[in-house]
Design a protein around this ligand. Structure first.
Ligand code: 3HC
Length: 715
């Protein structure tokens, strides 16, 4: 026993409590504490049954990912073997009941499956999410899970990594009872019941009744591998986990475990595991922001007003309604509001058709959204989000108009994607309560929100915005105020480089294929068509992006806009779109590209996919280094979170800055310098990239070094 695990005995039941905040991860102390506690309970003659339970918010949320990170990078974490504990648990001669609440994930569920019985509260979640970290379950989960729930269900759970709820777990056979009311009391009563029963204790490893007949196995495995390839594109672990599950269905338990370990250790040091573990901690790291500490008071946000019932306003309203927040949705005319509400209704209907919501859930959400014209009752809301089109004068006017209506701490957020937050803050007359909340379209779906900190934004306002993002189920990343903030600012050089490549001889489909081959969710031209070519067209004009003498200006995009080819919404842009909305190459565009190149004396040549990746992704990285150097992003890892959550950058590559580290900053710097020579000023290497390359270090190391300067920041 140690501080992380304690035992108390009451009426013949030993209650072993794991207390390792925040999530009871299986640290070495927890593992050794469980072993000692089990030993003590086994030897105590007054104990007839044992209950293992988690203190605080959860059962065991898994192996300690910090230990896995060490393993991924090749240093021995020194963690004790968990396999002895699993055997001890299963061989204990008194009934062992696992009492689960919160989340029993990964190693947590694996420990639970080695107990004789499992009970859970109704809202408990259980799963094997290891594939999301680039690994497979490594504590015999692939061998015990199919023995409890069957091979098909185990494949579904391990490939998707998604946890299941208690009711589903009960019907699948993963748990034995759902406990309403106090878990410790209910689990202890259940344990006494089991102790009173005659017969041998059920050992999961000895069970065969749920395993399919040999003839059914190949079909199930094939379907599982298909599912992995289709739904978890480019990921190694979801395919590999099926191999381990195959061993469970076809070999004795011990051999299956050996196969699992072999695959686990192969993947544990893979590039994907390194990247996905980086992505996990990067996402948790964004809540550490200078000036915002545990003591900074975030105002509760239960009521929100949204100004502008267009695409963004409507999407934000849905995101709020989904999170239980009541919304006042306003626009300048009844007609505009009605249209906004009709679109929201239509979007929810699609969700019902896809089985995401029931009609009752939609009605509940629609009731939370109150349409109105004007600013009536704005005084009651905790947060106003302005989501009108990108026009500074209008945004300033709205900020000024609503400023006097609310309570002093009411936060005013602008959803601008490019404009200066400070100018809007000044216009409001109460700059400390103003910031940017840059949602990404569709706002009810996309996880990313850039939280733009203005010069005068108060820590409380920032904390409120961070809490709102969390409440909406989004990842809120605090960024600095500057044109395009972080994500869009980096996007521009990337987008224009893709366009230059096309003018220089590639085709849109070749560039897009290279990018999706690299792992991007969509190619740059398909993205531009989806967002609307007119959006970047307007930004080009407003920000006067090519004003520097000698700057190369993209030519074809403007021509397409002049032709009214704005992308998907006009049925044509870089591609042609039919009813299925699938992009088709358009000979007219290819001809236009060639004509434009000829008219401008551009010598065209062919490009390899590697060249395309270097020209586009390195442009992204170089700009990322500038953004970081200028302090618009707090950490390189924050940029990674922005790109993996908002721009379709593959999480299995960790994000652009982590990817750069893995390629090697010296190599990136050399290529960028070569492009600078060849292609001109736009490729000038970012000073920070040059510096880190020279030092032979990485962005990750830089983040670590700088972590000290974020002292005072905590989640
Ligand atoms: N190991 C180490 N730290 C962990 C952890 C873990 N398994 N799970 C969460 N944490 C830490 C987070 O880093 C964070 O730390 P911080 O406060 O210092 O930033 C803190 O716990 C709270 O985490 P969240 O902010 O994510 O809290 P939420 O309440 O939003 O979510 C959760 C809780 C659902 C448990 C979520 O943290 C989660 O999904 N964790 C990962 C679960 C997982 O992947 N488990 C499998 C691990 S791999 C494994 O078990 C291998 C085995 O098969 C051998």
């Amino acid at each position: 026993m140690n501080q992380a695990v304690t035992v108390s005995v009451d009426q013949g039941v030993a209650l072993i409590r794991i207390d390792n905040p925040p999530v009871n991860a299986l640290s070495p102390e927890v593992i050794s504490g469980l072993e000692t506690s089990l030993d003590r309970a086994s030897r105590d003659s007054s104990v007839r049954a044992i209950v293992i339970i988690g203190a605080g918010r959860t059962f065991i949320a898994g192996a300690d990912i910090k230990g896995l990170e060490q393993l991924a990078w090749g240093s021995d974490s020194g963690a004790p073997e968990i396999h002895d504990l699993l055997q001890t648990l299963e061989d204990t001669t008194k009934p062992v009941v696992m009492a689960m609440h919160g989340t029993a994930l990964g190693g947590g569920l694996e420990v639970a499956m080695a107990g004789h019985y499992r009970v859970a509260v109704p809202d408990a979640l259980m799963g094997q999410p290891e594939v999301n970290l680039g690994i497979i379950p490594g504590a015999e989960g692939t061998q015990r899970l199919p023995r409890l729930v069957g091979l098909e269900k185990a494949i579904e759970m391990c490939v998707s990594g998604k946890p299941i709820k208690a009711a589903d777990a009960l019907s699948a056979g993963l748990i034995d009872r759902i406990i309403e009311g106090d878990l410790a009391t209910g689990a202890s009563a259940f344990a006494r019941e089991m102790a009173a029963q005659a017969g041998a204790l059920p050992k999961t490893r000895e069970r065969k009744d749920k395993l399919p007949p040999a003839s059914a196995i190949p079909g199930m495995l094939e379907a599982g591998r298909d599912l992995a390839r289709k739904t978890r594109r480019n990921l190694e672990a979801p395919v590999a986990v099926v191999d381990a599950l195959e061993a469970a269905a076809t070999r004795p338990f011990a051999e299956g475990c050996a196969r699992e370990r072999e695959i686990f250790f192969q993947l544990a040091q893979s590039e994907q595991a390194k990247a996905l573990i980086h992505a996990f901690f990067a996402e948790r790291g964004v809540s550490k922001v200078p000036g915002v500490s545990k003591d900074t008071v975030a105002a509760p946000v239960n009521r929100v007003a949204i100004v502008g019932a267009g695409t963004m306003g409507g999407g934000i309203a849905m995101a709020c309604a989904n999170a239980g927040i009541s919304v006042r949705l306003t626009d300048t005319s009844q007609d505009a509001v009605d249209k906004g509400i009709a679109t929201i209704r239509k979007n929810y209907d699609v969700s019902v058709k896809r089985g995401r919501f029931t009609p009752a859930m939609v009605e509940e959400r629609m009731k939370r959204i109150a349409p109105q014209v004007g600013y009536d009752a704005f005084g009651d809301v905790d947060l106003v989000i302005e989501a009108v089109f990108e026009n500074m004068a209008l945004k300033k006017q709205i900020a000024g108009s609503v400023a006097s209506l609310g309570k002093p701490e009411q936060v005013f957020a602008t959803n601008t994607s490019t404009l200066d937050i400070d100018e809007i803050a000044v216009a409001s007359g109460r700059p400390p309560q103003v910031l940017g909340l840059h949602f990404f379209s569709p706002a009810n779906v996309m996880r990313l929100v850039e939280i733009v900190r203005g010069k005068a934004t108060s820590p409380e306002t920032l904390a409120t915005a961070m809490a709102v993002a969390k409440k909406l189920g989004k990842v809120g990343v605090v960024v600095g105020n500057g044109p395009g903030f972080v994500g869009n600012r980096m996007m521009f050089p990337y987008m224009y480089e893709a366009q230059f490549l096309v003018e220089d001889g590639a085709t849109p489909q070749q560039v897009d294929a290279a990018l999706t081959g690299f792992g991007m969710a969509m190619g740059m031209f398909a993205v531009d068509d989806m967002a609307g070519l007119d959006v970047a067209w307007r930004v080009r004009q407003e920000l006067n992006q090519f004003s520097q003498p000698g700057a190369r200006k993209p030519l074809v995009a403007d021509r397409l806009c002049e032709m009214g080819r704005f992308g998907q919404k006009t049925g044509k842009g870089w591609y042609l779109y039919g009813d299925d909305r699938k992009p088709q190459p358009d000979p007219e565009v290819l001809a236009l590209i060639e004509q434009t190149a000829t008219a401008n004396n551009i010598r065209r040549r062919s490009f390899t996919n590697d060249e395309i990746i270097e020209r586009t992704i390195y442009a992204l990285i170089n700009e990322g280094a500038r953004v970081l150097d200028e302090g618009h992003a707090l950490r390189a890892a924050d940029i990674d979170v922005i790109y993996t959550n908002g721009y379709g950058f593959p999480a299995w590559r960790g994000g652009p800055m982590f990817y750069a580290d893995r390629v090697g900053l010296k190599k990136i710097y050399d290529r960028v310098s070569a492009f600078h020579q060849e292609l001109g000023q736009r490729w000038a290497p970012a000073p920070l990239l040059a510096k880190l390359a020279k030092e032979g270090t990485t962005f990750k190391e830089l983040d670590k070094r700088r972590a000290g300067s974020l002292v005072g920041a905590s989640s």
